[in-house]
Structure formats: C-alpha cells, structure tokens
Design a protein around this ligand. Structure first.
Ligand code: FPP
Length: 231
C-alpha cells in the first residue's frame, strides 16, 4: 500500500481526451467531458493518499490554436465544472488556486474563478492548482516583468526571487509529474518548477485515469532515489 514516501505535490498533464474519444468514434468534446470526471476522481484519490498539492494542466496558452468550437466547448466545461463542483470542493476542504493568464478568459469565467478562489482560501486538505491559459515560458516572462516593475537591481535577483514571482509562489515544486497518453515531453508545463521532479508516463488516456494508474505511479515514485544533484 501507499503509506510512506508519498509525494507532497503531483502535477498532471492530462493528455489524450481527443484520441480516447476518436477511438470510440465520439466527438472530441465528449472525451473532454469524460476528462472532467477524472478531475473529481483524482482530487478524491489525492486526499485519500494524503497528497497535499495537485496541479492539473487544463488549458495551455497554445490551446487557443484549436478550432473555435473546441475552445468554446472547453470554456463551457470549465464553467460547468465551477458551477457544479464549487460547493462540493469547498465542503471537502479543497483550496482552488489558478496558474496562468486566466484573466484573458471571458468575464463570467474570470468572476467564477475569483469567487471560488476566495471562498476556498482557508481550506487546507488539498490545494488544487489548475493551470489555465498557462505556459511556462509566459510565466517566466510575467515573473521577469513583475521583478523589473518592483525595481529590483540585477545583483539582487536570485533563484528565490524568481520563484517568488511565479503565478502561485506558495505551491511547492512538484515531486512527481505524470503525463497520460504515451507522450513523453513537458510541453511548456512547469519548466522552472520541474527542475528536480520525477517524471512518470503512462499509455493510458486521461479519461482512463483511475486509482490503479495513480497507484502504479506512486509505487514507481516510492522506489526512485531523488538526489537533487547530490550523491
Ligand atoms: C488533453 O486532451 C486535454 C486538454 C486539452 C485539457 C482539457 C482538460 C479537461 C477536459 C479537464 C478539465 C479540467 C478541469 C479542472 C475542469 P487532448 O485534447 O490534447 O487529447 P489528444 O492529444 O488526444 O487530442
């Protein structure tokens, strides 16, 4: 069983909704809808295993390139998720934080996000960090701009100053990054924060993600030796 050496923070690249749907001759959006259901499951599993932080890559700054129908469909799914799950999330002790330029979404979505962030801010059972309109390079650009605006001198800037100006500085670096659907790359996700993260790739598509997949990932993580550059 998963008792010791559980990661404090898991980050997931939820990939393969479209392919999962295509294999079943369903529209891509149906795959995304199934994907949202797995978000709920994975939050429950994290709480069960005492994982304190969960980051989910839900919409990248590159995802705007998809057809408008899919982008709109995704926005509606986010809205629906916030509508349906807000109270449940609060009751369960989950705190919502968001990483990314989500202020570029429409006003209604931004307001819903802000409201749930505020209403859940005292929760501490699980921090759910949703990466929305997120790109790691843009995050570093935004951090650099914030640092310059504050008037830091070049010699004052060190790693901790950069970390403190990322979108959610209170979220620690991920211990384990999982990517579903067999792709093996980071795709502009948490490039700074992933410096020492363990990576785990599974062939399962995101709509197939379940307890067993998570347990496999946790078991593999448990046996890895993290050296952080030491011996
Ligand atoms: C990847 O599948 C998934 C996405 C683009 C993100 C969509 C995320 C969800 C539906 C989960 C929603 C999250 C919250 C927090 C409500 P893909 O379309 O890239 O699949 P493909 O590679 O097979 O085309």
């Amino acid at each position: 069983m998963i008792e010791n050496n559980v990661p404090n923070h898991i980050a997931i690249i939820m990939d393969g909704n479209g392919r999962w749907a295509k294999k079943r001759t369903f529209p891509r959006l149906f795959g995304h809808r199934q994907g949202v259901k797995r978000v709920k499951d994975v939050c429950n599993l994290c709480m069960e295993f005492s994982i304190r932080y969960l980051t989910l890559y839900a919409f990248s700054t590159e995802n705007w390139k998809r057809p408008a129908e899919e982008v709109n469909g995704l926005m509606n799914l986010f809205r629906e998720f916030l509508q349906k799950e807000a109270q449940n999330l609060i009751n369960k002790g989950i705190r919502l934080v968001v990483s990314g330029r989500y202020h570029e979404f429409d006003d209604d979505l931004v307001n819903r996000i802000e409201r749930l962030k505020e209403e859940s801010k005292d929760n501490n059972k699980l921090v759910l960090n949703v990466a929305l309109n997120y790109g790691s390079r843009k995050e570093l650009v935004d951090a650099a701009r914030a640092i310059v605006k504050k008037g830091y001198k070049a010699e004052e800037i060190d790693e901790s100053i950069i970390s403190e100006h990322l979108y959610e500085p209170d979220v620690p670096d991920p211990d384990l990054i999982i990517r579903t659907s067999g792709e093996q790359r980071l795709s502009n996700f948490l490039l700074w924060q992933a410096a020492y993260s363990e990576l785990y790739f599974t062939e399962k598509f995101w709509p197939e993600f379940d307890r067993n997949v998570l347990i496999e990932a946790l078991n593999e993580y448990k046996d890895r030796k993290r050296k952080f550059g030491g011996l």
